[in-house]
Design a protein around this ligand. Structure first.
Ligand code: GLN
Length: 261
């Protein structure tokens, strides 16, 4: 039977918010869909653009320099905060990295003292520090990702997945009670370099500091996002073929072993 599944992904501010290969996340999602015969429509959202968030399955918001974030923060807040918050409550599958992650929170107070308002859909806030937190990072995911074998539940037993990435941020992000952590930092700094928290999860939205790009290096997370979006749109009838990820998984394992001592 021909696979006619299609997903729509909104890519927020690709011009201003794309750093350390974040666009690779879109390419990974596109390729992993194409290999399975799934159509992925990517809609870039620039300054001044509007979009019907209720028609989107996925969203991606990459990182940026403080100056890039300052250029788009106001537009993001004015045009997208309410409909995006509704879509996230409704289960939109979203990934936000670093600068994008910070702007999903309540605010980012930059090291220079400028307060950039966030849309507040994640219960986090970020404060810039004088020392940048730079280097490779490993985060061990402490909940079950969606997988072909089983839907995600907090209690299901799955071998812990170690995500590998690269971080470079001045912002220290602190969590409130309405987010849970994506995982525990085993190498590197993570959200704030103090409490070993690496990333935040709220409903189907994930934010974290892992550039690299994140998804080509961590296929379990790429497939988690796609599967969550497919199950949301097509229910249990969603089809999702397994792929041969031998080489990618080996690369991930080699890096995590090298970094976690
Ligand atoms: N400008 C933000 C910071 O330095 C985000 C950086 C990034 O996206 N890499 O914290």
């Amino acid at each position: 039977m021909m696979n006619t599944q299609a997903l729509t992904l909104a890519h927020l501010y690709p011009e201003q918010m794309n750093i350390y290969g974040d666009r690779g996340n879109i390419i990974a999602l596109e390729r992993r869909c194409a290999w399975r015969g799934i159509e992925l429509r990517v809609i870039p959202i620039g300054l001044g653009d509007v979009i019907d968030w209720s028609a989107c399955d996925l969203a991606f918001f990459g990182g940026g320099q403080d100056s890039g974030q300052a250029l788009i923060a106001d537009d993001f807040l004015r045009r997208h905060s309410e409909p995006l918050a509704r879509a996230i409550e409704d289960g939109l599958v979203m990934l936000a990295i670093c600068g994008g992650y910070q702007l999903l929170g309540h605010y980012f107070l930059t090291h220079a003292g400028e307060q950039l308002p966030g849309v507040g859909v994640l219960d986090i806030h970020t404060v810039g520090g004088s020392k940048r937190l730079i280097g490779n990072i490993v985060v061990e995911v402490n909940w079950a990702l969606e997988s072909l074998e089983q839907p995600a539940t907090l209690s299901s037993v799955q071998p812990a997945i170690r995500l590998v990435g690269f971080e470079n941020h001045s912002g220290r992000t602190y969590h409130g009670p309405r987010v849970r952590s994506l995982g525990r930092v085993l190498a590197g700094y993570g959200d704030n370099g103090e409490d070993s928290v690496g990333g935040a999860v709220y409903r189907n939205t994930i934010g974290c500091y892992l550039h690299g790009a994140l998804l080509p290096k961590n296929l379990q997370l790429a497939d988690h996002l796609l599967l969550a979006a497919l199950r949301r749109r097509y229910g249990n009838g969603a089809t999702f073929a397994p792929l041969d990820d031998t080489l990618e998984l080996q690369a991930q394992q080699i890096m995590t072993r090298r970094l976690v001592t």
